[in-house]
Design a protein around this ligand. Sequence first.
Ligand SMILES: *[C@@H]1O[C@H](CO)[C@@H](O)[C@H](O)[C@H]1NC(C)=O
Ligand SMILES: *[C@@H]1O[C@H](CO)[C@@H](O)[C@H](O)[C@H]1NC(C)=O
Ligand SMILES: *[C@@H]1O[C@H](CO)[C@@H](O)[C@H](O)[C@H]1NC(C)=O
Ligand SMILES: *[C@@H]1O[C@H](CO)[C@@H](O)[C@H](O)[C@H]1NC(C)=O
Ligand SMILES: *[C@@H]1O[C@H](CO)[C@@H](O)[C@H](O)[C@H]1NC(C)=O
Ligand SMILES: *[C@@H]1O[C@H](CO)[C@@H](O)[C@H](O)[C@H]1NC(C)=O
Ligand SMILES: *[C@@H]1O[C@H](CO)[C@@H](O)[C@H](O)[C@H]1NC(C)=O
Ligand SMILES: *[C@@H]1O[C@H](CO)[C@@H](O)[C@H](O)[C@H]1NC(C)=O
Ligand SMILES: *[C@@H]1O[C@H](CO)[C@@H](O)[C@H](O)[C@H]1NC(C)=O
Ligand SMILES: *[C@@H]1O[C@H](CO)[C@@H](O)[C@H](O)[C@H]1NC(C)=O
Ligand SMILES: *[C@@H]1O[C@H](CO)[C@@H](O)[C@H](O)[C@H]1NC(C)=O
Ligand SMILES: [Cu+2]
Length: 571
Amino acid sequence: MGRSIFFLVSALAIIGSVGHAAVVEYTFEVADLTITRLCQSKAVPAVNGTVPGPTVKVKEGDTLKVHVINKSPYNMTIHWHGVFQLLSCWADGPNMITQCPIRPGKTYTYRFNITGQEGTLWWHAHVSVHRATVYGALVIRPRAGPKAYPFPKPYKEIPILLGEWWTADVVAVDNQAFLSGNAPNVSDAYTINGLPGDLYNCSHKDIFKLEVEQGKTYMLRIINAALGNQLFFKVAGHSLTVVAVDASYTKPYKTDVVVIAPGQTVDALLVADAPPARYYMAAQPYISTALPPPPFDNTTTTGIVQYKFTTPSSQYVLPTMPSFFDTVLAENFYTNLTSLIRPGDPTVPLQVDERITIVYGFGIAPCQPAQLLCNQTAGALAACMNNVSFQSPRAMSLLEAHFNGVGGIYTSDFPSRSPVTFDYTNATAGLTASLMPQLMFTAKGTKVTKLKYNSTVEIVLQNTAVLGIENHPMHLHGFNFFVLAQGFGNYDATTAVKSYNLVDPQVRNTLGVPTGGWAVIRFIANNPGVWILHCHLDAHLSVGLATAFEVENGPTPETTLPPPPWDLPRC
Ligand SMILES: *[C@@H]1O[C@H](CO)[C@@H](O)[C@H](O)[C@H]1NC(C)=O
Ligand SMILES: *[C@@H]1O[C@H](CO)[C@@H](O)[C@H](O)[C@H]1NC(C)=O
Ligand SMILES: *[C@@H]1O[C@H](CO)[C@@H](O)[C@H](O)[C@H]1NC(C)=O
Ligand SMILES: *[C@@H]1O[C@H](CO)[C@@H](O)[C@H](O)[C@H]1NC(C)=O
Ligand SMILES: *[C@@H]1O[C@H](CO)[C@@H](O)[C@H](O)[C@H]1NC(C)=O
Ligand SMILES: *[C@@H]1O[C@H](CO)[C@@H](O)[C@H](O)[C@H]1NC(C)=O
Ligand SMILES: *[C@@H]1O[C@H](CO)[C@@H](O)[C@H](O)[C@H]1NC(C)=O
Ligand SMILES: *[C@@H]1O[C@H](CO)[C@@H](O)[C@H](O)[C@H]1NC(C)=O
Ligand SMILES: *[C@@H]1O[C@H](CO)[C@@H](O)[C@H](O)[C@H]1NC(C)=O
Ligand SMILES: *[C@@H]1O[C@H](CO)[C@@H](O)[C@H](O)[C@H]1NC(C)=O
Ligand SMILES: *[C@@H]1O[C@H](CO)[C@@H](O)[C@H](O)[C@H]1NC(C)=O
Ligand SMILES: [Cu+2]
């Protein structure tokens, strides 16, 4: 009943493609669910009584309507991670950026078209840390069906949602981190499709099982929904062929390990060509901080790949997992992928209109007047971009302020470069005693960058070593971007420009910028609205590792953001 489809004759139908654009409707009821993992029960917000929630299935060109009924005790919003939201910024979902939250007892219908993208995306809560349990897969198939895949049609397609589980209440964990100024307590388990797997205590039955038939090909739609960790994913006895990342096709890339940062997706083909037996799939963290690392959850989640007709007595085979710290392996995977460009696919724009360098990392910010969870003497840990630590507006969303021209909510003066140049990534030389006080303190602000419609934007993302080197998966809403280059240390234009891939770079919506390093991305601002760029580690977003782009309307009605839907939640 959740999925009803009405067929429309679509004016957008791509010539030569088969199939009609449909209106696909889902109802999401968010409510507290008592759930037991690792032998301990707790109440968590969940969609329709499951973690992960329902998989949303559409075809490219469809219109999606998701009715969200908030029966939970929390403010709620849902973000459609990676969906372009062309002319539908009102449905993007980040709390106080494009909407006020759906308050307990209220509803909101997210209405948007899926245009020009195919593959695996996902949805998750975009308020507080509720995405720990409010998340699910969003699968976009080609309009003409699976025969239009640029690879042999898989026998079955299996979502593999990698999650992270805390036995304690996640909001309490987050609040305690704010108060103490320390990193939040690490998780107790990772999960595959909500289940920790039998390497954990008390989880013998809580394990995901995939039954395969000899000789058949399965497409694993892998999603990293973890809150704070990049992950290695392997299947014992099998190699994988990556065919897409972040709902963009890649040239087939054969590997025995997938590396995936929070927010990213990887579509990988698994051919069941091993001797019929029972195999584990497994995921565990890739830690790319400076060593020794801060505390991290070093456990392993498992699932089972079971060949049909195998004798139940045969033993499971565990994959040999890489070291948690195998940067060479991880960076090879991250940097070797290239995009598959089909006729009509976007190519790298060669002329750049706006150049922005974002130098980002941690700092300390004084307590805000209304900030309860803050040490009045020492201030609070803050993360900043070009010395601005993003402060969410409280009175109205950025998008409403932008649309209605309301002043006093934000300013359009986000700096296009760091206020000071220093040796960003050398903790010894860069952070000299004289510079340190200046670099350490930051201020809260709600500053955005105004972009002309259709302008080409290039961003250099540069990590710093201020208060520690960390990895930061950067996620841009509303657009895919081309990843032109990435590397360790400080960005140096003269050498970096020569290494830009302007031919077939990866196309992504989330990028694991190398720890203590940099990356260069390019995108075309062809979608009016207000779009957040942020770190996809929850603990970093909540201390301000974000900024937003305010993209102006174009010259025609077809390039102008329509007014908000009638049911947009009010603050
Ligand atoms: C979710 O639950 C609601 C309320 O029971 C129901 O109407 C809807 O069909 C369910 N949706 C899905 C996707 O299962
Ligand atoms: C979404 O698609 C429908 C049906 O094709 C169309 O009428 C509508 O204008 C589209 N909406 C936007 C915002 O493009
Ligand atoms: C965090 O971990 C510490 C040490 O184990 C524990 O005392 C504390 O209760 C935990 N905090 C939460 C919110 O669970
Ligand atoms: C698992 O259970 C054993 C035996 O009860 C106990 O010693 C161990 O600490 C537990 N491990 C975890 C991670 O809880
Ligand atoms: C995980 O960390 C614990 C505590 O630091 C340690 O005792 C254990 O050996 C580690 N396990 C692995 C697999 O590294
Ligand atoms: C991946 O990149 C590394 C380093 O550039 C290279 O040595 C390796 O051969 C590449 N692997 C593949 C499969 O392209
Ligand atoms: C607040 O910071 C001060 C100075 O660093 C420290 O002495 C104090 O213990 C902190 N208070 C709390 C509650 O953590
Ligand atoms: C960092 O700076 C120090 C002091 O100038 C220098 O000795 C060291 O080699 C530098 N490290 C790197 C990785 O460049
Ligand atoms: C960043 O802003 C803070 C607060 O305004 C200031 O104290 C500090 O000097 C600034 N840092 C830099 C690098 O400009
Ligand atoms: C946007 O730019 C593209 C190429 O740069 C151009 O073809 C298109 O006409 C532009 N659209 C508008 C509305 O300016
Ligand atoms: C829920 O949202 C309302 C409206 O924006 C806000 O006033 C309230 O503080 C929020 N509640 C929580 C617990 O964040
Ligand atoms: Cu981060």
